[in-house]
Write a protein that binds this ligand. Structure first.
Ligand code: SF4
Ligand code: SF4
Length: 365
């Protein structure tokens, strides 16, 4: 839809024939960000070697993902609306390599080449910008569709207290090197109470760096903040709605394409669950496979990879929970973060809540 400002705004619907594989090839990282979502107790500390990465990539490369069910006598599965992997047929699969810091895994360049040979539609690397193991010189722009750099502030003063001393300098240096090497670069900014005041300054920094795609993300209370206390990181509805859409439009008017999660849905907007309506797999080094990002701290993963075979786990898993139809929209927010849901005085739901996967996109006109 073209808005009055001449910008194109659209909700990015989950595509029925598109699959996303979020592949955590290790959980180790050189940084210790305050909002880090990694939980090594739940997700393992293994650094996957190239052979394991190849085998696991093969599981998700086919048009339909096959799996084995762990048989359970006298039990049943409440599958609800969820379509099991073999019921999805993906025309295209996108792989996102992440960690921890994925460039710390020396197998990453080989993994990228293998994913390209297997025919993945797009290959993205999410990095904190330190680009270990001479990463940029081991791959080419033709192999990697997008390198996505995490930056949580337009200056070291905002970014570094969140991500660590020196992180701003290293990340912006990495962005410059990647752009001058011909790579397609994007930036992801995780909005929290620690940096929302600075979001409006990001579009100009991105313009100066030459970045054309900007992802605004909502902080999730999982991993470190869930374990250590969330430091009041979460941004409430009013502030989110005041700031984020406006900055997105400002960035788009500078020629930058912006994607951000809707989080709070208007009365006439349909709720869509990424786990039910999309086909997303969040794979961790210990073999756990989740379909809902909010569940990643919990042992409710739907699948696990054992001996390089994808296995559907017995109930109770995410599948049994997320397919429930509730007035609040997202079941896992209701269970884990009920404080996110706005209720009226008589208990009515004022806005359905969606997760970080349901996005709004604002493009230059
Ligand atoms: S860079 Fe990513 S993985 Fe590393 S500490 Fe920060 S959020 Fe966690
Ligand atoms: S966080 Fe909520 S909306 Fe997102 S996949 Fe999980 S249950 Fe669905």
């Amino acid at each position: 839809m073209k808005s009055q400002t001449g910008l194109k705004v659209r909700t990015v619907q989950f595509k029925p024939n598109s699959r996303n594989l979020f592949f955590h090839i290790l959980t180790q990282c050189n940084l210790r960000c305050k909002h880090c979502y990694i939980n090594q107790d739940a997700q393992g500390k293994e650094i996957l070697d190239s052979e394991t990465i190849f085998n696991w990539l093969k599981i998700f490369a086919n048009r339909a993902v096959s799996f084995e069910e762990i048989p359970l006598e006298g039990n049943f599965r409440f599958k609800g609306k969820f379509r099991l992997p073999h019921e999805h047929v993906a025309e295209q699969t996108n792989v996102i390599f992440l960690g921890g810091e994925p460039t710390l895994n020396p197998a990453l360049p080989e993994a990228i080449r293998y994913a390209r040979d297997l025919g993945f539609r797009s290959i993205t690397v999410d990095t904190n910008g330190y680009l270990f193991h001479d990463f940029l010189n081991k791959v080419t722009p033709g192999l990697v569709d997008n390198i996505c750099f995490s930056l949580d502030g337009s200056t070291p003063q905002t970014n570094d207290p969140i991500r660590g001393h020196g992180a701003f300098e290293r990340c912006t240096q990495g962005i410059r090197e990647a752009i001058s090497g011909g790579f397609n670069v994007s930036v992801i900014f995780t909005v929290s109470m620690l940096n929302i005041h600075d979001l409006a300054r990001m579009p100009h920094l991105l313009q100066e760096l030459g970045v054309e795609n900007f992802f605004i993300q909502v902080v999730g209370i999982r991993g470190r903040p869930a374990k250590e206390g969330d430091y009041g990181l979460q941004v409430g509805r009013t502030l989110w709605e005041e700031v984020v859409p406006k900055v997105a439009k400002e960035a788009a008017s500078l020629g930058i394409t912006v994607t951000y999660p809707k989080v709070y849905l208007g009365k006439n907007e349909d709720f869509s669950c990424a786990g039910v309506d999309g086909e997303n797999y969040f794979v961790f080094p210990n073999g756990r496979v989740y379909i809902c990002p909010l569940c990643e701290d919990l042992a409710v993963h739907s699948f696990e990879i054992k001996d390089n075979v994808l296995k559907l786990r017995p109930p109770i898993t995410e599948l049994d929970l997320i397919a429930l139809n509730i007035p609040e929209g997202c079941v896992m927010n209701k269970i884990l973060h009920p404080e996110n849901i706005p209720y009226g005085e008589s208990g009515e739901v004022l806005a359905k809540v969606a997760c970080c996967m349901l996005k709004e996109e604002v493009r230059p006109g």
